[in-house]
Structure formats: C-alpha cells, structure tokens
Design a protein around this ligand. Structure first.
Ligand SMILES: [Zn+2]
Length: 533
C-alpha cells in the first residue's frame, strides 16, 4: 500500500500544481497564511456565513488582502498570501489583477444557480449559473469556482448539490459493502433486537503518552473481558505532538485500534471547514498515517479510520482524500439527537440525517463503500454533548452514572445501534468521573449481550451481521492475534530529543524504531534533516 499511496499523493500534487499554473490564474481558496487574532476592535460583525472585508476604510485606504469572518459574534481576521487579494464574490484569494471588487465589503447574497426554470436554459448534461452561463453538471460543487458569479460553489450542501446521490435505495444497497436505511435506524441484516449484540465503542482522542498511560492501564485491566472471553477494546484517534509511539505500539499489540486525528491538530477550528485544501488534507491525514507506521510500526492497511480535530467535517474534500489514501471510515459527524439512535452507514447515498452542528459542511457526493461511524450525542436532560468532556459538569456520582445508563438504555432497549462513548482523557483527571465510569463499565460487562469493540470490529459485524448465539465463533472479535515478532513493543524505547522548526523548540519522541533527525511534522513526516531533504 505504501508505494501505491505515495504514487497517488505525488500524482495528485502534480495535478494540483498543473491546475494552478495552467488554469486562468485561479490562486486557490484563502490559504493558511492567516492569523487568528480573536475579536477585532473596530471591525463590524457581518454574520452571513461568508468572509467579508472591513466596511470601514482606514485612513481612506482599504487593505484588500485582509478579510474577516464572524461566527457567533466573534470577528476573526485573515490575510491572503503576499501578492494576492481577497475576492469577496468568489470567496477566494486571487491575483490582484483578477480581483475587481475591492470596493465591495461583503457579498450581500451570492445568487443561486438556475436549476429549475420553466424551460431548461442549457442542453442536457449542463446546468446554468445564475447569469445563465451553461457549464457541465460536474463543475457544480466540485470545490472550484467556475461560474463568474460564483453561484456554482455557493449552494453545495447535500440537499442542493446537483450531483448529490439520491436517498437510500434498498434494492441496490446490499451488505457487505453498502449499508443504509431510510432514517438509519434499521438493524443490519434486519436481525431481531434480542439477537443483536449491543456494541459499545469507546474512543480516546489526541496524544497518547505518560499523562494518560495509567488511565488506559486501569480501564483496560486484564479482568475486563467481553462475553467471548476476549479483552474489551477501544479506538484511539491519534494526533502527533507529544505522542509516545512506543505506547501506541503497545496499545495496538493489545488489540486496540489506532486511527488518525491529524498531525498538527491546528487551530482555529474552522480552518478545517473553510480553509484546508485537498493538499492540506493529505498532509495532515496521510502524513499522520505515515508517522504512525514509521514510529509505531503499525501497518498502513490497519490504519483505517479518521476523526477530524474539533469534529469539523471536511465536506467532500476530506472524503476524496480518504478514498485516495484508502481509509475506510470517518467518525467526525455528530447526528442530531435521535431516539432511537442511528446506526452507522455507508456514504453510497445521501446522508440520512440533517448535517447537525454549527456551520458544518457534510459531504454532498456519494463515496461508495466508505463508512460513516456516526456519533450519536449524549443527552442529559435536554442538553446534548458529543464528547463526554463537553457534557455538563458538577454532577454527583449518581448523576454521572445515570447520564451513562440513561443514554446506554436508549440504545440497548431500542435498536441496539452501537453506543459510542467519546473521551478526551482530561475528563478522567476528575477522580470522581473516573471512579463512576469504571463502575458503569463493570455494570455493562456483566451483561452477556454487551461487547466493547473497536470501530473496525463494529464495521466487520455490520458487514456480516451475526446473532448473539453465534458470537463466540465470530472471527473478527476473537482475541487471538498473530503479531509479527518484530512489531512487538519494546520495553526500553529510544528517547529522541528533537528540534522542531515549526514548533520553534524541542520535543521528545519515544519509539522502538530509529530516531528521526528532526521532529516529524507536515511535509516532513519522517523527520529528515532540513538540509538533506
Ligand atoms: Zn482532538
């Protein structure tokens, strides 16, 4: 897979360069060259969901490279790369000569493309921009502005994208590679509730290191096993900085799933939604997979899952990257509150729920065979929270316990959709939380129909729905795993002290493999010395 992936990436980057240098001067979406300075004094908040220019001129001059965005009343400032200006109509940075709207502060409304007119404007296979220009259907919502008025890229949610797939078609969607149901509440294989195991999916995000090793050792104590006698398992969505790759290797040796959560985990949160280019998505996620492979020894084809930092879904761009790299599932989308809860589904058809959350951009295209491990939020007296650490605090022991149990029952007593509990380990720093969670865990483990599985094990079950009575022989959930003796975590890892230009300092990296020369980062995931690269 390595070679294939590298070829794909290289081909892709070449094609990007080609498009940029040969097209009509399109210089890309706003680039990462921005600075977030928080609320800006003297700049009005224009909250139309778009980037805008400061309506006030400063000393009679307008800086056309600066632009702003105002989510939830907070003005954020951005700046185009040197030599570029911001185009308010097209919402991108472009060469100065191409930007003809420097006098305009904000886009009052991008016009809608003309899809449903009484008589068709364009010949078959083409669709009309708002100004009646006809373009190929495929040029609408492909991430690149083609209409002069920008109308082809302005209405691209799953309901407006003219290339969006239809709703779940049960006759054409069959297991193991396609799974959907109209509202996503159906049990795979139409198993009866009493035959369906209640899968519990624990996930832990961010760095794995000495700060949280003790927590994991306690949660995954050897006496905690599923009904088939195998240890309970979880999924770790890993970001790079401060991660100890020897500990990661050990978790993987113990049967847990390691998945990818980007290299930088950069801020601001909305960069992931609005600024990250396809190249950025490759750098962050394919790059992180390469880092894990190199320093924790985990084979690339076992790194199957993706979770975007801050759960910022990356529209179609994220999923194009996933498809090209060979990832199997995303777990960044949070479902609207739902009773019964939702089962995961493949993205062959339109997503079967609202794109929930603030300013999220869910994929609008079809990605056959790609699984969405949808996150059902916890519900605590009407307040919903995706990650446990964003749930209300200052609860008593019993209230925390009830929160888990009530939400568990909403799954267990209805359609047995996998029950996800999503953590940052910071939540366990509160001793009470840890104590109550372990109590809850031990309560669930007593139930013979409850299994703690990884995301991938859950997908394997959905691909081959197997009734509880036959689970003791269900291969993907067995504990016997053959690990290449060369890939067993060492007891005495190397402690590499490494310089990092990007982080302007030094970082430690622990690994059972060779130390790199500098601290690995985007575009240098193997940590090669700067002048040798
Ligand atoms: Zn995170």
């Amino acid at each position: 897979m390595t070679t294939r992936v590298m070829i794909v990436i290289i081909a892709f980057i070449i094609s990007l360069l080609f498009i940029r240098s040969c097209s009509t001067g399109y210089a890309g979406r706003p680039t990462p060259d921005y600075e977030e300075t928080g609320a800006i004094e003297g700049v009005e908040c224009i909250s139309n969901g778009k980037f805008y220019r400061n309506p006030e001129f400063k000393d009679g001059v307008r800086d056309c490279a600066k632009y702003y965005w105002c989510p939830r009343g907070k003005v954020l400032e951005f700046r185009c790369s040197a030599g570029l200006w911001f185009d308010v109509d097209r919402q991108i940075c472009d060469f100065k000569a191409k930007v003809r709207n420097c006098e305009k502060s904000h886009d009052a409304s991008t016009p809608r493309p003309l899809f449903s007119t009484e008589s068709p404007i364009c010949p078959e296979g083409k669709l009309a921009c708002a100004d009646r220009t006809c373009l190929d259907r495929g040029q609408f919502c492909d991430g690149q502005t083609d209409c002069n008025d920008g109308s082809d890229e302005s209405y691209c949610d799953p309901d407006s994208d003219p290339n969006a797939p239809g709703r779940c078609d049960l006759t054409n969607c069959t297991l193991p590679d396609c799974f959907c149901s109209v509202d996503s509440t159906r049990i795979p294989g139409d198993l009866r509730v009493e035959d369906t195991p209640q899968m519990v999916i624990l996930t832990f995000d961010d760095a794995v290191n000495n700060e949280n090793a003790e927590i994991y050792a306690k949660v995954f104590a050897p006496n905690r096993t599923n009904a088939n006698g195998c240890p309970i398992q979880a999924t770790f969505f890993l970001s790079h900085e401060y991660t100890n790759y020897r500990d990661v290797q050990k978790l993987w040796n113990d049967g847990h799933e390691i998945a990818v959560h980007s290299i930088t985990h950069r801020q601001p949160e909305l960069w992931w939604t609005y600024n990250a280019t396809i190249e950025d998505w490759f750098d962050e996620f394919a790059g992180m997979a390469n880092i894990i492979n190199r320093f924790a020894g985990i084979p690339l084809d076992e790194l199957r899952g993706v979770r975007v930092p801050f759960l910022r879904v990356g529209w179609n761009t994220e999923f194009i990257m996933m498809k090209e790299f060979g990832f199997l599932y995303d777990s960044s989308m949070v479902a609207p509150k739902s009773d019964p809860p939702l089962w995961p589904y493949t993205l062959d058809y339109r997503i079967p729920h609202k794109c929930a959350g603030s300013r999220q951009k869910c994929p609008s295209r079809s990605f056959p065979g790609m699984w969405e491990m949808i996150m059902n939020p916890m519900d605590i007296e009407g307040h919903t929270c995706a990650m446990v650490d964003s749930c209300p605090t200052h609860l008593s022991d019993d209230e925390v316990f009830d929160m888990f149990m009530t939400n568990f029952d909403r799954h267990y007593k209805t359609n047995r959709a996998p029950f996800g509990i999503y953590f940052h380990t910071i939540w366990f720093k509160e001793k009470q939380n840890f104590r109550v969670f372990l109590r809850f865990l031990d309560e669930l483990i007593k139930k013979p129909d409850v299994y703690f599985v990884t995301n991938y094990q859950a997908i394997e079950w959905m691909r081959t729905p197997t009734p509880i009575s036959q689970l003791s022989n269900f291969e993907p959930w067995k504990c016997k795993r053959e690990i290449d003796p060369n890939l067993i975590a060492c007891n005495h890892p190397k402690l590499c002290k490494l310089a990092s230009r990007n982080l302007r300092g030094e970082r430690y990296l622990q690994t059972c493999f060779e130390c790199p020369e500098v601290y690995p980062w985007v575009k240098n995931e193997f940590g090669l010395e700067f002048n040798k690269k």
